[in-house]
Design a protein around this ligand. Structure first.
Ligand code: DP6
Length: 372
């Protein structure tokens, strides 16, 4: 029996992927850019085994057996077996896959990205595959291709109709911008209402704004974003991130029937971030939202304790919270400046509570664990 275990991270896009030019091959209509988060806080963990004793391929997700015939899973398995370096005999052994996330599935936290990146990375090691694996991860879930690599990553849409040039490449490693921090604000851990694949198909069919975005906005914006990352220009990075999140959700509303992913608390977070930046007369925090109500904030380490202080003030954990409210990296001296709080108090935010927050940073991509 051969066995490999791997953990792979979530990634959070700052230039969003939304729209496919080929649904089966999962080829996007624009480039996208993301940061790969540290595996310590949010990850999928996958063990893959092959054995001559297994009668059929099988998969368990978060402890429950799922249908191995799922088309996306089959895409990955076929892609792997095609590039396998194992001998023909071993290559025909059946496979068992066990995968679980340490965070809520399908709550807009890029769980499929971590899951398919992890599956692909584990299988690639088991089948001794070398070179790019992002193309294989992409065939499971588009955004997964970006989680196969650490640091800041660009998924190039490519132009080949078979998708041979639609792959992820690193812009810079995590070590390039070590001061950057991420706060994931979990507003809700319920399943999202419209899955991304269905939402983006509907947007392709009905949204004129999406066509404008693809043709006239993202090509230039993605290049500006790449430059901001290379130059560690937080202000530009933050402004582009917020604008791109807002345009993506505008596209979702322009879709018919609309896809409404954010809720009142999400909107309050947007208002709070803008008011905070106004109050400090700078751009210190950026928000971004995927296909769900949870916010991801990008900020610099030196501003973390002040920002958490403001969040605790306006979105206090509810009294009967029994789970660990703040998870991840340690934070010291949480204290919002009194002057800033007074300015922010003048704005009336509707009361809202967060389920929990996760404090993390940019990470190095998938990691292999030792098997016994
Ligand atoms: C809003 O990668 O989940 O998170 O390719 O159909 O699996 P499929 O979609 P998926 O879409 C992610 C959309 C997004 C934006 C992003 O991550 O770029």
């Amino acid at each position: 029996m051969n066995i490999v275990t791997c953990i792979a991270p979530v990634n959070i896009a700052v230039i969003k992927y939304w729209g496919k030019r080929d649904e089966f091959l999962i080829l996007p209509t624009n480039d996208s850019i993301s940061a790969t988060l540290d595996t310590d806080q949010l990850h999928a963990r996958t063990t893959v085994m092959i054995s001559p004793d297994f009668k059929e391929d099988r998969i368990w997700l978060n402890g429950k057996e799922e249908d191995v015939k799922n088309a996306r899973l089959q895409n990955c398995l076929k892609g792997i077996r095609k590039r396998s370096q194992l001998s023909g005999y071993t290559n025909d052994w059946k496979i068992h896959i066990c995968s679980k996330n340490n965070f809520p599935t399908a709550a807009g936290l890029a769980s499929s990205a971590a899951g398919y990146a992890c599956l692909t990375a584990a299988l690639a090691k088991l089948y001794k595959i070398e070179g790019d694996i992002s193309i294989i991860a992409r065939s499971g879930s588009g955004s997964a291709c970006r989680s196969t690599i650490g640091g800041f990553v660009r998924w190039h849409m490519g132009s080949d109709k078979y998708g041979t040039d639609s792959l992820a490449k690193q812009i810079v490693p995590a070590s390039h911008w070590p001061e950057l921090r991420i706060l994931v604000l979990v507003v809700s851990d319920e399943q999202k209402k419209v899955p991304s694949a269905i939402g983006m198909k509907r947007s392709m069919e009905t949204s004129q704004l999406l066509q404008h975005r693809i043709m006239h906005v993202v090509p230039e914006r993605a290049n500006k974003m790449q430059r901001a990352i290379v130059e560690k220009d937080f202000k530009n990075f933050a402004q582009l991130t917020m604008k791109d999140s807002n345009q993506f959700h505008a596209v979702c509303l322009d879709t018919y029937p609309p896809c409404i992913y954010m809720n009142d608390i999400s909107n309050s977070i947007i208002n709070l971030v803008h008011s905070y930046n106004d109050a400090v007369n700078d751009v210190k925090v950026a928000y971004t939202f995927d296909a769900g109500p949870n916010a991801t904030l990008y900020l610099l380490e030196k501003d973390v304790s002040a920002v958490i202080g403001v969040l605790d003030h306006f979105f206090p954990p509810s009294e009967n919270v029994t789970i660990e409210y703040r998870r991840g990296l340690p934070v010291e001296g949480i204290k919002p400046s009194q002057g800033i709080l007074e300015k922010l108090e003048l704005q009336k935010y509707p009361p809202g509570q967060l389920r929990y927050m996760i404090y993390t940073k940019v990470g190095d991509g998938p990691k292999y664990l030792n098997n016994p």
